[in-house]
Design a protein around this ligand. Structure first.
Ligand code: FCA
Length: 338
């Protein structure tokens, strides 16, 4: 469980990164000894604890290696991403890890990186080429999306059975973000696991979200809930914690009691506030993959590539997952040093 000082520390990382983008020439962020190797770590949504955790573990890897400095930059859109690469090159960085704000930026990111001779490792979200196909030539480290989605579906089904709900008046609200492949694979995994367990496919309702945050998911959920006044119990599927939290907030807004809603998120670190609430909500828990491993390993791989010419593996899918609930989340996060 993150303590207060760690949270404050993470907040200051976010502030420093924003500072790094705005005030690029500012001394404190870029000062280092001449033989320090500088590596960028660019993330699309620095407000998510998921990405703050990756940053913290990139720093940890840098510290363990020694003489490595991580330049953390928030890249919420394409323009900021391309500017960040210019800034990294100007600061003497040799490469970067990135979770892109849009997979279709892949070719532009790679063209710029190549022009500056920067090495690139993608994390979490895979680049797409101009034809919309995955750019498998760029090394990628991500969660095992389908398998983790399947686990979400299995756990939802199990909880429904434990509560003794009749499938006749139970439905699944799947908040989708199909243009992001990892999101599509997670929700498809959850849906297929539910159907495999015996849940009726005709009671599964998909609603696409316009943005990958709580407000976007809330709108998507509201639009679907009003169409199904006959449903008494809802199971909520979505690609991460914020997505299913938007769904839970929508059910609350429409008068559902926590007892009639089960949502299970993915990311874990983004569920801490919700699981800390004094009274249970419809949010049962969250599947915690390994943001620590993503941050640490991507940094280590990038360093070895630059320093010793060791080519990273092209594709690493991290499988490990822990189911966090109200009664175990503090202990489980602490076990991983989170
Ligand atoms: C995507 C999501 C993040 C996180 C990551 C592993 O980038 O937007 O919340 O789940 O995959």
């Amino acid at each position: 469980m993150m303590n207060l000082s760690k949270r404050t520390f993470l907040k200051s990382i976010v502030a420093a990164s924003i500072f790094a983008v705005v005030g690029f020439n500012a001394e404190p962020v870029y000062s280092s000894s001449p033989d320090t190797i500088k590596l960028g770590y660019l993330v699309k949504q620095p407000e998510e604890p998921w990405f703050q955790t990756e940053w913290a573990f990139a720093d940890k890897a840098a510290k363990d290696i020694g003489n490595v400095q991580i330049i953390k930059i928030a890249v919420p859109d394409g323009e900021k991403t391309l500017n960040a690469i210019d800034n990294l090159a100007a600061s003497g960085a040799k490469g970067f890890v990135i979770c892109t704000p849009d997979p279709r930026l892949g070719p532009a990111i790679m063209a710029k990186a190549r022009a500056y001779d920067l090495k690139v490792i993608a994390v979490d979200d895979q680049f797409l080429n101009a034809a919309g196909e995955p750019m498998t030539e760029v090394p990628l480290i991500m969660m095992a999306a389908t398998e983790i989605g399947e686990r979400q579906g299995q756990e939802l089904y199990k909880e429904m059975q434990q509560r003794g709900w009749d499938v006749k008046d139970t439905a699944v609200l799947a908040i989708t973000a199909d243009e992001l492949d990892t999101a599509r694979r997670r929700t498809e995994g959850a849906i297929s696991a539910l159907i495999k367990a015996g849940f009726p496919a005709q009671h599964i309702y998909k609603s696409p979200t316009k943005s990958n945050d709580i407000p976007g998911a809330l709108d998507a959920a509201n639009a679907m809930l009003v169409q199904h006044p006959e449903v008494k119990h809802w199971l909520i599927v979505g690609m991460n914690d914020n997505t299913v939290l938007g769904g839970v907030r929508a059910t609350e807004g429409q008068g559902f009691k926590a007892d009639n809603v089960v949502a299970i998120g993915i990311n874990g670190v983004d569920a801490v506030n919700e699981l800390s609430k004094p009274n249970p909500t419809g949010f049962l828990g969250s599947l915690l993959p390994s943001p620590d491993v993503h941050g640490y390993r991507s940094t280590e791989m990038l360093y070895k590539w630059i320093k010793d010419g060791v080519e990273p593996e092209k594709y690493i899918a991290v499988q490990d997952v822990v189911f966090l609930k109200r009664d175990n989340f503090k202990a489980e996060l602490a076990k991983k040093g989170l």
